[in-house]
Design a binder for this molecule. Structure first.
Ligand code: PMV
Length: 347
């Protein structure tokens, strides 16, 4: 008989970095600080159930995506569990199941690692003896630390609307070990920001972000890039406080293109943008020139384009997408997302 002794379920969102994390060192510590908008509509829901004794000493689990066994998720989860094994005595020797569901289309090119790893970390911590007695702030800090060990960017998904990860001058509480909720002044215009995710390419990326981070070791421009990220983060804090949209757009677009420039100048070099990524960027610039509206883009480690803009131009932005951009998208698909408030406990 399968006796469910303990279960926990969380919904955790994806996030989009404004200042990018690219480059890391062991154990999954960032080469530079990063700051992201937490999203609202792109999330993972995960349920962890601890089942009967397994008769084995180590971890014994099954993973399901949309109720189907997902064997290909296992190695990454196994690696993650291995990294926090010393804190997981409560599941050693037990069988457990991980059921997960993504709100965004499977292999849409949206990284599910930030939402997926943070949802799993939150479930594990909720069930652990230490998690049960922690204050809420200690709980989320630990959940962020565990999330980071699953996937660096996942550390920031634990907090909304903005998550900051990495030791940063002027922010005493910042840490390389975990993200913190961004506490600086933020103009209200950024609390209602939209992120329309334009799906240029679906499926597996040619180069994983793990490999990409690795190529920053020995990269000829690495040190300048890391220094630049610190500088951009200091500037972004002033921009967020002032609500200066033009400066915001300039900074995030420059960050996005720098991220891809790092890929293009690593050894081996690679390109994750596609012809339609560039076409869309040109159309965004043209739209901005002609309309003078604050519509900007950022990119993550892939071909998709994230369109960032304030809520008050949402209708114009969506008209632009439908009229001019849609034909360059995979099946014409895009996701209307916006800044969100972080994870929700479901069970
Ligand atoms: O968390 P990872 O290892 O998937 O790295 C994410 C890297 C970027 O998305 C490109 C940037 C970021 O800060 O999220």
């Amino acid at each position: 008989m399968h006796m469910i002794e303990n279960a926990s379920s969380w919904r955790s969102p994806s996030n989009i970095a404004l200042v990018k994390y690219w480059g890391k060192y062991d154990p999954q510590l960032p080469a530079n600080p990063s700051l992201s908008f937490t999203l609202s509509e792109s999330f993972t829901e995960t349920k962890l159930e601890i089942l009967e004794e397994s008769g084995r000493g180590d971890f014994d689990f099954e993973v399901f995506l949309d109720y189907r066994k997902a064997e290909d998720f296992k190695p990454k989860i196994q690696k993650f569990l291995g990294r926090i094994a010393s804190e997981l005595d409560f599941i050693k020797g037990r069988k457990f199941s991980i059921h997960t569901y993504n709100s965004f289309p499977h292999s849409s090119g949206i990284a599910s690692s930030a939402s997926g790893m943070s949802a799993l970390a939150l479930c594990l911590l909720s069930l652990s003896p230490q998690g049960k007695v922690m204050s809420p702030s200690a709980f989320f800090q630990k959940a962020s630390e565990w999330s980071r060990l699953g996937s660096g960017s996942a550390s920031r998904s634990v907090y909304g609307p903005l998550g900051l990860w990495g030791k940063t001058e002027g922010i005493a509480e910042s840490s390389d070990e975990y993200a913190i909720p961004y506490q600086g002044k933020v103009d209200p215009i950024f609390n209602e920001f939209c992120d329309t995710i334009l799906l240029v390419e679906k499926g597996q990326k040619a180069v994983s972000s793990t490999a990409g981070h690795g190529l920053m070791k020995g990269h000829p421009f690495a040190q300048q890039r890391f220094a630049q990220a610190h500088h951009n983060l200091a500037n972004l804090q002033k921009i967020l406080a002032k609500g200066d949209l033009e400066a915001f757009g300039n900074l995030v677009e420059h960050e996005a293109l720098t991220l891809h420039a790092m890929m293009m100048s690593s050894q081996p070099y690679f390109i994750l943008m596609k012809p339609n990524t560039l076409k869309i960027i040109e159309l965004i610039w043209e739209f901005r020139r002609e309309s003078q509206k604050p519509l900007y883009f950022t990119l993550d480690a892939g071909a998709n384009v994230h369109l960032l803009y304030p809520k008050h131009i949402e209708q114009e932005a969506l008209n632009f997408v439908n009229k001019e951009i849609k034909l360059y998208l995979n099946n014409g698909e895009y996701i209307c997302d916006r800044v969100g408030n972080g994870p929700t406990k479901l069970m």
